[in-house]
Design a protein. Structure first.
Length: 170
């Protein structure tokens, strides 16, 4: 339908006005259905939070010599999650969170208790997080790339320096 036909029809009564209203509503609705873009830092942020929780849980069951290292890794990964959340909020134009909270559900009293994660599981998670941070950083520039590169380096250092090799204690 041509615009001229719509305008001419509008002069012919209520039917024309209804047609204009329907056309205007459709045009507006089509533009409003855009999905918000996911920030590339979102996945590394979620991984950092998950790693913090994993290391914290592993520290509770680890041998006494490894518990402090796992606790430190949990704190570092929580800081990474917070720094990433702050950057995501900053670029979105929102105030960043002041603290990172974990949404953990209350344990089910009827379910069998799950074993605490091992050091090897923490090492594997840190390796995957370092690889993901490196991959995402390669597509970014400036502060965001530097932030992810620093996080990748910290994860790698935790694996290679702080925790024992896979053949060691777990």
């Amino acid at each position: 339908m041509r615009r001229r036909d719509v305008l001419v029809g509008a002069g012919r009564g209520v039917l024309g006005l209804a047609l204009i209203a329907a056309t205007a509503g459709t045009a507006t609705a089509c533009g409003a259905e855009r999905e918000p873009e996911v920030d590339p830092l979102q996945k590394p942020q979620e991984m950092a939070q998950a790693d913090a929780e994993l290391a914290r849980a592993a520290a509770t069951a680890a041998e006494p010599a490894l518990a402090p290292a796992l606790t430190q890794i949990a704190a570092e990964r929580a800081q990474h999650a917070e720094a990433l959340a702050d950057e995501i909020a900053r670029t979105a134009g929102h105030a960043g969170p002041t603290t990172t909270t974990s949404a953990t559900a209350a344990p089910d009293a009827t379910a069998a208790p799950t074993p605490a994660p091992t050091v090897a599981e923490v090492v594997d998670a840190l390796r995957v997080s370092a690889e993901e941070a490196t991959r995402v950083a390669a597509d970014l520039s400036g502060y965001r790339a530097g932030l992810l590169a620093s996080i990748a380096a910290a994860c790698t250092a935790s694996v290679t320096v702080t925790l024992p090799t896979p053949g060691g204690a777990s």
